[in-house]
Design a protein around this ligand. Structure first.
Ligand SMILES: [Zn+2]
Length: 634
């Protein structure tokens, strides 16, 4: 990169007149508003504006900054050390993964992915936990334990397992089926070795004994795990809530957690997703009763929008429909898929004629029809939105229909849910949602449940897991207020290395192991796509400006007037004055920088041109488009 000072816009008062031709010295005129935190009037040194522009354009994205920190690998833990490393899922909801390094063995808990990558990685498909630590130690990775079948716990399996030696997976029946189903979409990946386990069972893998226990969540076959070490057990909850009646945990919960409370527990990691909510969550049973009542009493066609991940609820909806002699239409690939899986796993039995294709709805009276569909979050291409916007081939709403939105609004989806509701209202349907009726409950426990569970496990140390920092820190605060000593709680980030020495002393390493998310972007996977992501962020914000210049390499003169192409920047037809100025400035910059240069160094000219034009465009528009100079030497 060249470091020659680039010509910069000469300052004129912001409110002053603006000339439309370049100044005689070749510098464009105009001023720019101050950057955040910068005082006005500080822009009178030559080269300043273009340096600022360069700073903006080269400012590393948060993704890039993380990647740069990422090269710490701690030495192997000594024999008296139990090491825990959350690799994903403690700075977000999604891409869950915890590594446990003890007895010379490494175990991995969950291999999730994160769907929404729009902030950090625009355009990417999803982000995955960074597995560099596991790759470095792959010969000691003995097994992967998957707590349940949600995508934020199994989604990374096809991409990540081969990176650390494709170790065996230990999980329950339904989860195993879901993992295998997904793997079929990736036929080139190595075959998985899945070992089915059941709660109450324990397995010894290498030097380590692990036992499994059942937990209540929104999908069947959810479990937690407890790993024996010389100094006590490491307990990992998975996603969970409590089955309870008015805040009194059910007998089954008392039995499961009572059993665990008899152990000497050293370290506990638990779900923080709902740690910001007081008290106890609405039990799923109540939601099922409400939906059952609605299915029974609504005397018109009924449409229920929900998440495919609300596995148990979908099963109960179909059971209720059968009970009241209704036909069920399933709309949405993930719902059809999960119902098929539930039947395959033997946890749902549907009589042959209950499910009908949408084309056959007309054969039955409307009050005998129940449509279960995806898209309660307003997802653009999901069934509910397509029906609401009259794009569905077979289903149209009418004003006698009742639509139940059996889900809450996931943070970040407010706008799309609002759009969905507006579209539903234009169809004049009756809407029932979670604020008006108990038609949704979450799969994650509130503070009251989390405190109860924490007290049952009464581990020496506790790390709130699964959730954004605001959630993990609320979890920490809640258990502290309930009596847990503050110094027994660890608030970790992704990549934090936690060593417990002799079962007594906590040593949280100063440096973190690599934790920048791996980005799945089309066919590529990697943690070094920060340049691509930064360009996408910049393009999305300010667009692009391409300059095509044909230069005579002998004389440095332009062969013809430069061509300019821009996208997403300004409306060119309304900006002819600026374009003409830009063309003059391009010509001047090329000719100035090639003056007395023989032969002409096109790279140098290209850099000069990029810097000068970026400064000029910013001064004129207060936008920093990506400037791409293309020089053709003839
Ligand atoms: Zn879950």
């Amino acid at each position: 990169m060249n470091s020659a000072p680039a010509p910069a816009p000469a300052p004129v008062p912001a409110s002053g007149p603006r000339r439309d031709a370049p100044a005689p010295n070749g510098r464009p005129n105009g001023s720019r508003p101050p950057f955040r935190g910068e005082r006005r009037g500080g822009n009178n040194r030559p080269g300043r504006a273009s340096r600022d522009i360069r700073r903006i354009l080269r400012r590393p994205s948060p993704v890039a900054q993380k990647a740069r920190e990422a090269d710490y690998f701690p030495a192997l833990p000594a024999e008296n050390v139990v090491r825990i490393v959350p690799l994903g899922g403690v700075e977000e909801v999604g891409r869950n993964m915890v590594a446990l390094d003890c007895n010379g063995d490494i175990f991995v808990f969950d291999v999730g992915f994160h769907f929404k990558a729009e902030d950090d990685a625009p355009g990417a498909d999803y982000t995955l936990p960074n597995t560099a630590y596991l790759e470095k130690n792959r010969d000691r990775v003995r097994g992967v334990i998957i707590t349940h079948g949600h995508l934020d716990h199994i989604g990374g399996v096809p991409f990540l397992l081969p990176r650390f030696g494709n170790p065996p997976i230990y999980t329950r029946n339904l989860t195993a089926i879901m993992i295998k189903r997904r793997q079929e979409e990736y036929p080139d990946m190595p075959k998985l070795n899945i070992i089915e386990v059941e709660p109450g069972q324990s397995v010894t893998i290498s030097n380590t004994k692990i036992k499994f226990f059942p937990v209540t969540h929104s999908i069947p076959d959810s479990m937690g795990a407890s790993v024996e070490t010389l100094y006590g057990n490491i307990v990992i909850s998975g996603d969970l809530k409590l089955d309870h009646e008015n805040g009194i945990p059910s007998e089954r919960e008392v039995k499961v957690w009572g059993e665990l409370s008899k152990d000497k527990n050293l370290f506990f990691i638990a779900d923080s997703t709902n740690a910001q909510n007081d008290g106890f969550s609405i039990p799923e049973k109540r939601v099922q009763l409400t939906l059952d009542e609605i299915i029974k009493t609504v005397g018109s066609r009924l449409i229920i929008g929900t998440f495919a991940s609300q596995f148990e609820r979908m099963m109960h909806i179909i059971e209720s429909a059968e009970k009241y002699g209704k036909k069920v239409v399933l709309e949405g690939r993930s719902i059809k898929n999960n119902i098929e899986i539930a039947e395959l796993a033997g946890i749902l039995k549907i009589s042959k004629n209950t499910i009908i294709p949408a084309q056959e709805m007309g054969d039955y009276p409307p009050d005998k029809i129940l449509i279960v569909c995806t898209g309660a979050q307003g997802e653009e291409f999901a069934a509910l939105m397509r029906i609401a916007t009259k794009q569905h081939k077979y289903i149209q709403f009418n004003e006698r229909d009742t639509v139940v939105l059996s889900s809450s609004v996931i943070p970040g989806n407010e706008t799309s849910v609002q759009k969905l509701k507006d579209n539903l209202c234009r169809n004049k349907v009756t809407i029932i949602h979670y604020k008006s009726s108990d038609v949704h409950s979450t799969g994650h426990g509130n503070q009251g449940e989390l405190i109860w569970i924490n007290q049952q496990v009464h581990a020496k140390f506790f790390m709130p897991g699964y959730g954004y920092y605001s959630m993990t820190s609320s979890h920490a605060k809640a258990v502290e207020q309930a009596g847990r000593p503050r110094d027994s709680i660890i608030l970790a980030d992704n990549g934090t290395v936690i060593d417990i020495e002799d079962g007594e002393k906590l040593n949280v390493h100063k440096h973190k192991v690599p934790s920048a998310p791996l980005v799945v972007d089309g066919f590529s996977i990697g943690d070094r796509q920060e340049v691509v992501m930064r360009d996408r962020q910049s393009l999305a914000k300010d667009g692009m400006f391409v300059i095509i210049v044909t230069v005579n390499v002998k004389t440095g003169k332009l062969r013809k007037s430069p061509d300019i192409i821009s996208r997403g920047f300004v409306y060119l037809r309304d900006s002819q004055g600026m374009l003409n100025e830009a063309r003059l400035l391009i010509k001047k910059t090329v000719e100035d920088s090639t003056h007395n240069m023989n032969p002409v160094d096109l790279d140098y000219v290209r850099n000069q041109l990029g810097d000068v034009l970026a400064g000029f465009l910013f001064s004129r528009t207060n936008k920093a488009p990506m400037v791409i100079p293309v020089l053709i030497g003839v």
